[in-house]
Design a protein around this ligand. Structure first.
Ligand code: ZN
Length: 307
């Protein structure tokens, strides 16, 4: 095993990636309450909404109200997802409420077309115009590459293609590039090889892993990435979230499962696991259905109901 990182940064994406994939629109007040609970857990980064067109994603149409309504905590970096130049223009009207912007595209032509109805090159050249404007506005920029480890429509996505996209996002000014296993197709051996190569290819940019637990391999992939030295992850409380296409591609790896596992391994996240579990329990009662996270059901390893 190579050296594991001593500290890990987790970006909580449930309020965006999770809430947008719920069939019902969650009340703005409930979203604000849940985000405030998450802010109090010690998480340093949170993606709280997106500026995708409200007719496309009505679940996040209240982005501005959510941004204005949450308690902004010292030491927490709040981010929003921005699809394109128009989305950035809209978001900048609320600039005072967030610190970072995430931009996404798929590495797979078919997935990108189904998701945003554009070719990968069209998406990328759009981002190359948009990211510099976000930087001018003082925002930290994160580029997220979906289907980095496989595509539900095309199968294998060549690593070379993913790294070429990452290099262009870095050149556009992204200080962080995230690799999404959007429909849970990655395996741990693939993840190790992928990040070994990514470190060799992509210096000067923070590398982030975003795994889904669609096929139960989420935590195994987190471990594989840790073993290659990845210290930045995106995850979702309660295992909320997924991907709009194809249907059924649910389940970001749960933040509390990640925090629990790596905490038990002696790696620092700064997150209070019990507070995080309480936030997920609250999400569970808001949504009125059991959520998929393991640690939400079982409790932390040092927790016993009889005590
Ligand atoms: Zn996701």
């Amino acid at each position: 095993m190579s050296g594991l990182p001593e500290n890990v940064k987790i970006r909580e994406v449930g309020p965006r990636d999770g809430f947008q994939n719920e069939p019902e629109v969650i009340d703005t007040e409930d979203k604000i309450r849940l985000i405030n609970l998450l802010s109090a857990t010690g998480l340093k980064c949170m993606e709280v909404t997106s500026f995708v067109r409200p007719d496309v994603i009505p679940q996040l149409a209240d982005g501005p109200q959510v941004l204005a309504g949450i308690e902004r905590r010292e030491g927490v970096s709040y981010s929003v997802l921005i699809p394109n130049l128009k989305g950035l223009e809209k978001a900048l009207e609320y600039r005072e409420y967030f610190d970072e912007a995430s931009f996404f595209l798929s590495a797979s032509e078919t997935h990108n077309m189904k998701n945003v109805n554009r070719s990968v090159e069209d998406s990328l050249s759009g981002l190359e115009q948009t990211v510099p404007l976000a930087i001018e506005a003082g925002l930290g920029c994160v580029g997220i590459i979906a289907t980095s480890f496989g595509c539900p429509y095309e199968g294998v996505v060549p690593q070379e293609k993913v790294f070429a996209l990452a290099e262009r996002l870095r050149a556009a000014g992204c200080s962080e590039v995230g690799f999404g296993d959007t429909t849970g197709m990655a395996n741990p051996l693939q993840v190790r090889g992928f990040f070994r190569e990514a470190f060799a290819r992509l210096d000067g940019v923070e590398l982030t892993a975003h795994f889904h637990d669609t096929r139960g391999q989420g935590l195994a992939n987190v471990l594989a990435a840790l073993e290659e030295g990845i210290s930045s992850f995106e995850s979702s409380f309660g295992e909320l979230g997924g991907c709009p296409v194809p249907p059924g591609a649910t389940g970001n790896v749960a933040s509390e499962d990640v925090v629990s596992m790596i905490g038990e391994m002696g790696i620092e996240t700064g997150v209070d696991l019990k507070k995080l579990i309480a936030a997920s329990a609250e999400a569970q009662s808001v949504l009125g259905r059991p959520l998929g996270s393991h640690v939400l059901r079982a409790g932390p390893v040092d927790w016993h109901p009889s005590r």
